[in-house]
Design a protein around this ligand. Structure first.
Ligand code: 5GP
Length: 136
C-alpha cells in the first residue's frame, strides 16, 4: 500500500505542527484550518475510513480526541468544538487515511452546518427498519 500523506507526516517525511503522539495515534494542526487550532487526529495504522477501521484503532483515536480536546479548545480561547469526520469521497473525504477533525468554535462565529429536512409520512420508520435489518 502506498503511504498516505498522513503516514508521511507520521514518518516525518513531510512537516506538520504535531501536538500529540502516542503509540497508536498522532494529532497535528490542519494545514488549511476552518478556525485557528483546527486539529486532525489520526491512527498510525493506515486505514481508509470507518468502514475498514477495527474497534481497537477507533478506540485509540477517540481516546486521543478526548485527551486533547480541552487543550485545543483552551489554547485558542474557543467556546466549543466540533468533532467531525468524513468517510468516503461523497461525504467530503479528501485524504483516505481515517481522521477526525477538531474544529474550535467561537460564540457568534456564524459558521452553520448543513440544513435539516423533514421525513415524509412513514419514511423514518421504513429507513429505521432497513438499518435494523442490516444490523441483524
Ligand atoms: P477530509 O476532507 O479528508 O476530511 O480532510 C482532509 C484534511 O486534511 C483537510 O482539512 C486538509 O486541509 C488537511 N490536509 C491535507 N493535506 C495536509 C497536509 O499535508 N498537512 C496537514 N497538516 N493537513 C493536510
Amino acid at each position: 500500500m502506498e503511504d498516505s500523506i498522513f503516514t508521511k507526516i507520521i514518518k516525518r517525511e513531510i512537516p506538520a505542527e504535531i501536538i500529540y503522539e502516542d503509540d497508536d495515534t498522532l494529532a497535528f494542526l490542519d494545514i488549511a484550518p476552518v478556525s485557528p487550532g483546527h486539529t486532525l487526529v489520526i491512527p498510525k495504522k493506515q486505514v481508509e475510513n470507518i468502514f475498514d477501521t477495527d474497534d481497537a484503532t477507533l478506540a485509540a483515536v477517540m481516546r486521543t480526541v478526548r485527551k486533547i480536546a480541552p487543550a485545543v479548545r483552551d489554547a485558542v480561547g474557543a467556546d466549543a468544538l466540533n468533532i467531525h469526520s468524513n468517510h468516503g469521497a461523497e461525504a467530503g473525504q479528501i485524504v483516505f487515511h481515517m481522521h477526525l477533525h477538531l474544529i474550535p468554535r467561537f460564540k457568534g462565529d456564524n459558521f452553520f452546518m448543513w440544513p435539516h429536512k423533514d421525513y415524509k409520512e412513514g419514511e423514518a420508520s421504513e429507513i429505521a427498519e432497513k438499518i435494523r435489518a442490516k444490523l441483524a
